[in-house]
Design a protein around this ligand. Sequence first.
Ligand SMILES: Nc1nc2c(ncn2[C@@H]2O[C@H](COP(=O)(O)O[C@H]3[C@@H](O)[C@H](n4cnc5c(=O)[nH]c(N)nc54)O[C@@H]3COP(=O)(O)O)[C@@H](O)[C@H]2O)c(=O)[nH]1
Length: 800
Amino acid sequence: MLTVYDCIVTEHDLRLVALAALVCALASLTAVNLLHHVLRLESMSRGIWLTVAAAATGFGIWSTHFIAMLAYSPALPTAYNIALTAISLIAAVVLTGLGFGIALLPGLIASRWIGGAAVGGGIAVMHYTGMAAFEVAGTLAWDPTMVAASILLGGLLGAAAVAVALHRATLASKIAGALLLTLAICSHHFTAMGAVSVTPDPSIALSSSAIPAEWLALGVAVVSLAILLLAFMALILDVRERRRIGLEIQRMRDLTDAALEGLVLCAGATIVTVNQSFARLTGLKVEQIGGQDLAAWLQDTQKREMLFAVPGQAVETELRHGDGTLLPVELIARPINYKDEPHTVIAVRDLRDRRNAEAQIRFLAHHDPLTGLGNRASFDQRLDREISLHGRSGRQLALLCLDLDGFKDVNDLHGHAAGDQLLKDISKNLSTALAEDQMIARLGGDEFAVIVPSITDPAHVGQLAETLLKSLKSADETGIPTNLVSVSIGIALYPSDAKDRTELLSSADTALYRAKTEGKGTYRFFEAAMGAQIRERRSLEHDLRSAIANGELSLAYQPQAQVDTGEVNGFEVLLRWNHPTRGPVSPSTFIPIAEESGSILKIGEWVMHEACREAANWMRPLAIAVNVSALQLTSDGFVEFVRRTLEDTGLPPERLEIEITETALIRDPNRALLTLQKLKAIGVNLAMDDFGTGYSSLSNLRAFPFDKIKIDRSFIHEVHDNPQAAAIVRAVLGLGRGLGLPVIAEGVETSEELSFLGSEGCTEAQGYLFGRPAPIGEFVPLLSNNVVALPKPLLRAVGD
Ligand SMILES: Nc1nc2c(ncn2[C@@H]2O[C@H](COP(=O)(O)O[C@H]3[C@@H](O)[C@H](n4cnc5c(=O)[nH]c(N)nc54)O[C@@H]3COP(=O)(O)O)[C@@H](O)[C@H]2O)c(=O)[nH]1
């Protein structure tokens, strides 16, 4: 060691030694950078850049050697053999190239160390060939130990230099590798120079072909310049590479930030970085999360272990949000190499939407999507459960079947959106009226059902039904008139009314049917007798559908006459049904069924058409009064149908009188008014039927464009027995006079009733006294001549 130190300090020009070390370091750094460039290349251009790297290193070793030789001053004349000097340069380039080639060989164990040792060998070959080129006026003596030490140093440090330089692509690794290579070259050189001693011998002459040391300086300068050029090239490559890596990292970051999934890069259990999506999931900024322990966000230790234990396997767990709440997430971990270090990247998928969708699907399986109430499936399940529980306990349960009355009209008149809103409001109000243990479900359309699981007294169920009926009255947030919709309720009890679910439903349904037919907006308990009645009703409903086609319907005509003269003004048309097996069925029985089932629309059209056709053929222009139900009045295209019928049959509009009950107006007053106004516009007359039985509202008489009032027959019967009935008849007649509307009394059966009406100023009447409803053939004389409908003596009695 001391010999080497002495050699450097005493035998060398230290400035040139420093220059040699600088050139050596520059060449080493260039070589390491170029080697890394080679590593990144495809095999095609690898050879070229490997040669450039070998040249940079070989030139560096050579220049270092010869600058150091210039620094060496044995105080004797020196020169250099041209051929050997050139060979030393070639040897340096070829052997370092060979060493680098070995170091980059894939699949060779310890290739970098072996390659590095070969580079060390190249340093030694260059040095000793260079020394062989050294001519001096003296003899050289070599210390074999120092020679061996120099070769060993060059080999070992060269191996370490290449291994360290190629270990990682980091700056530190590159600098460490370059320093070791510099050390390998310099330590080898100066140890080898320490091994040599020169004994002056004036007899030895320098060969004439040898290059003088000054010339060598020129050669060294040229080679050093080449190294500088290569270094500059390597620097450009390095800068470009760094920029490329920077861009690549930015692109990767942009890409990961664009990903919907959260991404977490971990070194062990420590978070290195995360993407924006993950930061969003935690509610923090990206830079706040880096450096933290993964356990801070994924608190379930077992799930964390599972995640790392099986890469690629999805693990569902919870992620802690910055505010402490837990989010359901799915994690998948994969090992990756980041900055030459093994890392783990964890993909984090937010499961909230999926969980919500799953919850939604579960909800929809058991609930009605519009109202949020239980659906039929959950209702059936609950009812079965309650029935099985009650079978054992012996207590009673109640089932209430609810059906909205007039809901179809809401949809028709106000649109389906309003219908939907109404259903939601009604559902809310019905639910609010129930106790916690009771269940309401929407079974479909406008049908609902309520289970009352435990009852001690059926009267309580009646009270509940009342509450439900009342709750509906507040369901008018949609702006739909409250009187347009009501609810009918059928109640059945288990086990008294049924032995199982199906029968219980059927019993409640039967009771519901009864509630609907007995006025709607009410409730009925199931009674055993109801079943037969309802079957009967359904059978009629069924037969009625084919009654027109089967020719079972016919029209009866009843005269309407002047009270004072008995002269016939016209006829009221009354429908008759001759059932093939039952015989004549009363209109009071089948008309409500036809209205309930909707078949009144077709039947009503048939009546109107037949009546107009018939009346159009009469010789005298008598009026024809046709009853029109509420459903017909509010049906689409009714006015157009009437206009077309008049046109088709040729009946002048003023001869047609349409009779409408007050209740038909009340269902939807606005629509009814519009229809009546249109009917009036085409010239049809309008009569308010059954006045006195319904609302008997003066405002209705004023609001709607009626031409006539018909006093209901129930008052006429009683005018002599019931002073109140007589007072009502008088009042209606007074009302008619006040409003300028003629009044017709119906159901006049006796001459006394007729006298009373005459004395009270009633001008027109209808009833058995004038003629029972009968086929038009029976009234032929009335149709052709100006014949009165009453015998003369009777009329005289009226006159008296
Ligand atoms: N929408 C339609 N409704 C119709 C049609 N045809 C009849 N009806 C309605 O059915 C109800 C019962 O009718 P009906 O059994 O025919 O009874 C009518 C007359 O027969 C009866 N009447 C007439 N005079 C007397 C009498 O002196 N005494 C007595 N006890 N009954 C008598 O009154 C009924 C006529 O009523 P009104 O229509 O109110 O004038 C009935 O409500 C009919 O409206 C139809 O085609 N469409």
